[in-house]
Structure formats: structure tokens, C-alpha cells
Design a protein around this ligand. Structure first.
Ligand code: SF4
Ligand code: SF4
Length: 410
């Protein structure tokens, strides 16, 4: 692989280069990190990753570069294993003593290394192959999406100010999430539209988080153009990663957003509070709720904590108990950041720890709010032999999607 003048640094901002120097190896982030909890492997810890990368930068651009001490391909390949043994949940950055924005730092490192010619590990390159062909990270044709989850009694408007965008993760990995979302919108008498099935391309998040940015601009431009053509003023998404992607990446790629973007619970919670959405069934049940990482700390500004809880509190007979970690300090469930594709054995161990933490609350049901959580916890999907072990793992807690659960009270 030929060396480039700006290897290791071209995708890092000035601030991120300073962050590489700022880590004091205090270890405060160890407790927040589910990968550390599951593996205890300090080689994949935030300070170890930062130190390795700093060595690469020094060796490529400092005095060591003049001495011909550039990092070898094998060293970088070893580092890649650590870099992708991570859910990019941002838990470490939340508690970092010196304020390193680790989540965005991992993203930048991944992008840089992929653009240098290294490959994202495991099954991740397949996502890009699919997206090149299909404009979705899944192999199934986009045209089929609404046939899978749109219930016949719900009729989206041709045009409306509000557009519901389920995203390809929900469409193919967690279609009941989308079905429940539109059933609740329908029950609340909220008019909404959908993009034409073949016009709603992947939001780009699963590719960006894996470091594979080649299609980003095209995906963003298509989606924004198609939404503008429909006169949409508010985009409501089910997937926390879509929310992060639209707020952060779409905004920066397009130089601004011509509409507001919200999470679907931010549309439904006010409807419940104002009495436009009512739940008629009653069920005595104790539930707990998992704050998805990207819904709480995935973007700058306040996360979405209150609205999911508002919905739960209005379900007749339901009692909400909190997990030991919630809100901005939420524990990652182990399904995100590409780790299921790159390191499924780590995802499996995080999953077991997560279900044990849910069981400690005494809740009968664990409510999730993210298609990656859904795929791993409700559908119990993990690649290969890890999937078998995961499905065999018993827990006293049932897992369900928040909106699917709420819709069962209509
Ligand atoms: S982003 Fe999450 S999984 Fe990755 S190192 Fe930080 S806390 Fe651990
Ligand atoms: S908390 Fe921050 S400064 Fe401390 S070891 Fe972790 S990344 Fe480094």
C-alpha cells in the first residue's frame, strides 16, 4: 500500500489531534465501557487505542518518520482489531476526565484507516457492497419495504409536513418497530407521509460508523432532495442512529438541514399528554427501559430521555423501574457500532451482562428503542455460532420494542 503524505491524520480534526495527546491514562473510562466489562482486555481500552494511534501519527509525521520508522501494515492490522472491538457507544467519552470526545475520535480513526486502504473487519465490507448495488445496507430490494411492515388500515398521505422515515435497519431487521410507529400515528390521528419506497435510501450511519464513507454524499443528497420535493418540514425517525446521522452527518454534508428531525417518540409523547393518543387496555406489569446510546449521547444537545418514559407512564397498569445505568450514562447493549459484524463474540458477552443487569431491576419486560437492540434482543440474532449460544442464553426478562409494546395497549 503506497504511503500518502497525510496518512493517519487527514480525517482527524485539529481538536482530535490534540485529544491524542490529552489522554492521561487515568482509567476513568474503564467502568463506563461495556467492552472492558465483558473482556477485561486493556489492549482494546480507550487509552490503549489512543496511545497506539498517537504512535502511528508520531511515527508517520515526527522525527521517527525521518528515521524511517513508519508503522508496519501488521501493526496497523492489529490495531484495527482493537478499534473495531468497540460499539462506538460513547460511554467512555461521557466520563472522560479530560473531555475527549472518544466516539467521534473512533469514527475518524476508522474512516482514516479505511481511506488508507485497510479493510473494515468481519462482515462489514458486505454492507458497502450491498449499498453500492442497492442504496441500502441490506440485499433486499428497497421496493419491498412497505409491503413488509405497513399495515393495510394505515394510509399515509401523498404529501404532509411530517414524514416518517423508518430507515433500512428498521425495515429489514426490526419491521414491527415501524408497524407499531405508524399504527400509533394513525391512532393519534396524526397525518404523515412516507417517501416512495425506492427513494428512501440508507441514512448512511452503518457505513459511516464502519469507516466506509464513499457513498455518504450521494446518500445524503438523495434523501434530502426527495424530502424537499415532498414539502416535508419535520422528519420523524425510529432509529436512534438515523437521528444521529441526520443531525450530524447530513447537516454537515449538506451545509444545513431544510427540515427539523425528531425521534418518533417526540411526536407521540405530546399526543399522549394532550389526550390525542389514548391507551384503552390495562395490564399489570413491571417494565424497565433501555436508553439507546445514540438517543442519549449520539449528538450534541439534549438527548431524548423524557418522551419514551412519558409513553410508558401513560400505559395503564404499567410500572417503570430504572436500570442501574440510564440517561447519558446508559449501558451499551452491545449491538451497535458494527461490533456484531466485526466481533460477535464480544457482542455476545456484552449481551449476557446486559440481560443480567435488566434482571436485577425485577422487571418482567425490558423495553428497547433501537433496531440494533431489537435485532439482538427481541429477534435474538447474532452471526454464526455466537447466534446459537445467544439464543440458548436464558433470562427471566422478556425483551420487546417500546412502540410495539405501547401499540398492544391500543
Ligand atoms: S465507545 Fe463504548 S465500547 Fe467503545 S471504548 Fe468507549 S465505552 Fe468502550
Ligand atoms: S478517561 Fe479519558 S483521559 Fe482517562 S484514560 Fe479514558 S480516555 Fe484517557
Amino acid at each position: 500500500m503506497g504511503a500518502r503524505k497525510r496518512d493517519f491524520i487527514s480525517r482527524l480534526t485539529r481538536r482530535q489531534l490534540i485529544e491524542l495527546e490529552a489522554c492521561v491514562r487515568c482509567g476513568a473510562c474503564f467502568e463506563a465501557c461495556v467492552v472492558q466489562e465483558a473482556t477485561g482486555d486493556r489492549e482494546v481500552s480507550p487509552p490503549a487505542k489512543i496511545a497506539s494511534y498517537r504512535r502511528f501519527v508520531d511515527a508517520s509525521h515526527g522525527v521517527r518518520a525521518l528515521l524511517g520508522k513508519r508503522p508496519s501494515g501488521e501493526e496497523v492490522e492489529r490495531f484495527l482489531e482493537a478499534l473495531y472491538a468497540c460499539t462506538t457507544c460513547g460511554g467512555c467519552g461521557e466520563v472522560c476526565e479530560v473531555g475527549i470526545d472518544t466516539q467521534r475520535l473512533w469514527w475518524a480513526m476508522r474512516r482514516e484507516l479505511v481511506e488508507m486502504g485497510y479493510s473494515a473487519p468481519g462482515t462489514l465490507p458486505k454492507l458497502l457492497e450491498n449499498a453500492r448495488r442497492n442504496r441500502s445496507i441490506f440485499a433486499s430490494p428497497l421496493e419491498l419495504r412497505y409491503r413488509i411492515w405497513l399495515p393495510p388500515e394505515v394510509k399515509p398521505a401523498e404529501e404532509a409536513e411530517l414524514c416518517y422515515f423508518e430507515g433500512c435497519g428498521v425495515a429489514w431487521e426490526a419491521p414491527p418497530m415501524a408497524e407499531a410507529a405508524v399504527r400509533l400515528l394513525h391512532a393519534a390521528n396524526i397525518e404523515f407521509t412516507l417517501l416512495e419506497a425506492s427513494h428512501a435510501w440508507c441514512c448512511g450511519w452503518p457505513l459511516a460508523v464502519a469507516g466506509m464513507w464513499e457513498l455518504q454524499q450521494e446518500l445524503v443528497e438523495n434523501n434530502i432532495t426527495k424530502l424537499e420535493e415532498r414539502g416535508v418540514t419535520t422528519l420523524a425517525v425510529s432509529c436512534p442512529c438515523c437521528l444521529q446521522q441526520v443531525r450530524e452527518v447530513w447537516r454537515s454534508c449538506a451545509g444545513g438541514l431544510p427540515f427539523e428531525v425528531v425521534h418518533i417518540t417526540q411526536v407521540l409523547a405530546p399526543a399522549v399528554e394532550e389526550g390525542r393518543l389514548r391507551f384503552s387496555r390495562r395490564r399489570r406489569e413491571r417494565v424497565t427501559y433501555h436508553d439507546p446510546c445514540q438517543l442519549t449521547r449520539g449528538f450534541r444537545g439534549p438527548g431524548v430521555y423524557e418522551e419514551p418514559r412519558t409513553l410508558i407512564q401513560h400505559l395503564p397498569g404499567v410500572e417503570l423501574v430504572e436500570l442501574d445505568r440510564s440517561g447519558r450514562l446508559t449501558r451499551c447493549c452491545g449491538a451497535g457500532g458494527g461490533i456484531r459484524g466485526a466481533r460477535p463474540e464480544v457482542a455476545l458477552e456484552i449481551g449476557k451482562l446486559f440481560l443480567r443487569s435488566a434482571a436485577r431491576t425485577g422487571a418482567e419486560t425490558l423495553l428497547m428503542n433501537c433496531p440494533a437492540c431489537y435485532a439482538m434482543y427481541v429477534a435474538r440474532r447474532l452471526p454464526g455460532q455466537h447466534g446459537e449460544e445467544w439464543r440458548a442464553f436464558r433470562s427471566p426478562v422478556r425483551c420487546n420494542d417500546l412502540l410495539q409494546y405501547a401499540a398492544s395497549f391500543l
